[in-house]
Design a protein. Sequence first.
Length: 142
Amino acid sequence: MVEGDLDAIAEIEQQVTPHPWNRKQFEDSFLKHHCLSMVLGDQVVGYAVFTLVAGESEILNIAIGSRWQGRGLGSQLLNAVIERISREAEHLFLEVRADNYPAQTLYQNAGLVEICVRRNYYRTADGPKDAIIMAIDFCFRP
Ligand SMILES: CC(C)(COP(=O)(O)OP(=O)(O)OC[C@H]1O[C@@H](n2cnc3c(N)ncnc32)[C@H](O)[C@@H]1OP(=O)(O)O)[C@@H](O)C(=O)NCCC(=O)NCCS
């Protein structure tokens, strides 16, 4: 990710999630965390924000713009994150809303498994939704 990507990223974020991060949150993440942009031609189509500290990694945000979803780009982006962290991290964690099936499929395909559920963690217009915590343990990866 480069700083010039942040406007496009904040715009995609508004389209794809009901509780979007604002531009300032991406600016702060750009300074504090690890960030990848996915670019096609000169267009930003997706992004991932993740931490990598003391052998533990967490994906804080990952998304593909709505017009580019369903073409395998999310899988490529997640694989790029895993490739980046897997030599240093022992574990990768993330949190996903229980009704976010595309994201859960994406993560399961990459080998992440559900490790616990936080009941009623998200407030939504349809009422509270559980958060599923998923993880991959790189120590046991083939
Ligand atoms: C989650 C997200 C990043 C996936 O990106 P994508 O580019 O559409 O993903 P891919 O095309 O690589 O597909 C990944 C898997 O999800 C599946 N999938 C895609 N859309 C789906 C849908 N609407 N319902 C169920 N599964 C779906 C695909 O079939 C694929 O699995 P398969 O290879 O077994 O067929 C994208 O949907 C997104 O940005 N969502 C909004 C933001 C978000 O929810 N981020 C995650 C927060 S935890």
